[in-house]
Design a protein around this ligand. Structure first.
Ligand code: 8X3
Length: 250
């Protein structure tokens, strides 16, 4: 029997990460589900026949443990851990929120990539898939710290693709727009359910975590010579960041 292909998904405890772990497992991958919340990733790993690895991507020590658990060969890395904290105008924003966003969306992604790159190269056809955002393509009011961090995710992806051009590793980015998940907006607004719900108010069908997982799985399962550099994905109702079809709006 051949060895199953392997994948690491960071931020696998919920939302896009958990959905991606499920779709990759359904495609036959053995998935290492990495996140801080061990109860959630253990349940997920048991469900999909994967491996749970407790990991905080902002800690180099924790990332080294993840690399040790994965071993010498890895086919796919999905750098999904990330998030937005706060939505204040720049003039009123909190530097700690900015630091946390840069830590998780950029430095965490770099640390995980650095640690797992030798195993991806060793596979002979590795894929790094970074989960960016449409917030990495444009600016919007109140988004300063998050848009800056997600522009960082985009630029790190581009730099890696240049630096790894002669290595057997593809480097891809998916940039989702409005995706309704259990936690993204709630975390951004520090648990304020009314503010979180307002993000999606009147939008008939925001994207779901499953929509993004489906796209990610397609991207990482193309033949090894095909690199999907970037894929911007939005709900039909969101023509642009500020141009959203909401029921009740004229
Ligand atoms: C999430 C997209 O529009 O909330 O990454 O910035 S948005």
């Amino acid at each position: 029997m051949s060895t199953p292909r392997t994948a690491v998904v960071t931020g696998a405890s919920s939302g896009i990460g958990a959905a991606t772990a499920r779709t990759l497992a359904a495609e036959g991958f053995h998935v290492f589900c990495a996140a801080r919340r061990t109860d959630r990733i253990e349940a997920l790993a048991a469900e999909i026949g994967g491996t749970a690895v407790a990991c905080d991507v902002t800690s180099e020590e924790s990332v080294a443990s993840l690399a040790a658990a994965v071993g010498g060969r890895l086919d796919v890395l999905v750098n999904n851990a990330g998030g937005a904290f706060g939505a204040s105008p720049v003039a009123e924003s909190d530097s700690d929120d900015w630091r946390r966003m840069y830590e998780v969306n950029v430095i965490g992604l770099v640390q995980v990539t650095r640690a797992l790159l030798p195993a991806l190269v060793a596979s002979g056809a590795g894929v790094i898939l970074n989960v960016g955002s449409t917030a990495g393509r444009v600016a919007y009011e109140g988004g300063g710290g998050y848009t800056a961090a997600k522009h960082g995710t985009k630029v790190v992806t581009e730099t890696l693709r240049l630096e790894l051009f002669d290595q057997p590793v593809r480097v891809c980015e998916i940039a989702p727009g409005m995706v309704r998940t259990d936690e993204f907006a709630l975390v951004r607004f520090d648990g304020d359910r009314a503010k979180a719900d307002a993000v999606y108010a009147g939008v008939a069908e925001p994207l779901t975590a499953d929509d993004i997982a489906d796209a990610i799985t397609w991207m990482v399962t193309r033949p090894p010579h095909v690199n999907i550099d970037e894929l911007v994905i939005r709900p039909r109702a969101q023509a642009a960041q500020h141009k959203v079809d909401r029921v009740g709006d004229s």
